[in-house]
Design a protein around this ligand. Sequence first.
Ligand SMILES: Nc1ncnc2c1ncn2[C@@H]1O[C@H](COP(=O)(O)OP(=O)(O)O)[C@@H](O)[C@H]1O
Ligand SMILES: [Mg+2]
Length: 349
Amino acid sequence: MPIIDVQHLRKTFVTSVRKEGRLGTLRSLIRPERREMVAVEDISFSIEQGESVAYLGPNGAGKSTTIKMLTGILEPSEGRIEVAGRVPHLNRKLSAYQIGVVFGQRSQLLFDLPVNDSYELFRYMYSIPWDRYRANLKAFAEVLEVEHLLKRTVRTLSLGQRMRCEILASLLHEPDILFLDEPTIGLDVVAKERIRAFIEQINREKGITLLLTTHDMQDIERLCQRTMIIDKGQLIYDGSLQRIREHYATERQIRVTYEEPWLAEAAALLFSDQQVKARVEERMLTLSYDQHAADTSDLLQTLITHTKPRDLTMQDENIDALISRIYREGLTHGEPPSRPEAQLEGAVR
Ligand SMILES: Nc1ncnc2c1ncn2[C@@H]1O[C@H](COP(=O)(O)OP(=O)(O)O)[C@@H](O)[C@H]1O
Ligand SMILES: [Mg+2]
């Protein structure tokens, strides 16, 4: 049985539109014009226990709204949600015991108090027995390297320090599922890496189910076996990152460095009549080609048999660029599919 099951989820917000000018303001007050906006159009998916899933999409796609519905903060307009066997917004309190949630842009710690005080508040709210609380706090604080921060006032922490404390807070009650909404946003490389390593560890060792939104491709590569992409409130892809790569990352580059520039020039001649673009710059030869048109192992074979490379690296189109291409172009190149989710074979569960 899936631990998260979402069927035809929809969320609309009704906002009042304010007219321009003084008269407009007055009119808006007397008879406000209401407009319905669709944040989540129609989304279905299920997640098994222990899975680690990236939930991706451009700004405004509906990611945070989905997470708020999954955690019971918002009530769906239509559709069905079950998280750990419960309907989150109807059982908010009970659901909370099984769910941890971190919003990168919002703090659950009390800003003017020491970190420890917030933790004790959570201990009380979740009725965590003292011994479990102490054991969890000690273990997580050690791995997240926040022991020295516990007595500090939250507002004096750096963003990276605070984020580690936030994540700890979300885990004190040992939830089965952790929702992370942009946990690495605004962090430097080192801080990101620390958080990733920790999240990876709790997923692996404790089997915690993860749903993560992020704009950082390294987060996904490191943490998520499965990727869901939404756009305008609809799921447009559900499958592995690898499959996206195979389908879309058609461009690949091989960079070869030689001892001397003339060796690079000579090597380039080997590729003059193929589907490969060869460019020489000093001692470096760069081969660019469409992976569906030329075979990587053939090219490597040619390079190694006929030339003496000093160094060789390979690079695929950046996944970030690739995903924004998917947003723009849809799932096929050109023609939009009638059932977008069915485009990639076996992509939809
Ligand atoms: N409380 C709200 N009231 C009105 N509109 C909202 C509210 N929350 C989100 N929206 C709108 O819903 C859409 C989806 O927002 P959100 O889920 O935050 O996107 P994402 O997290 O993918 O960037 C956006 O157009 C946003 O402006
Ligand atoms: Mg968001």
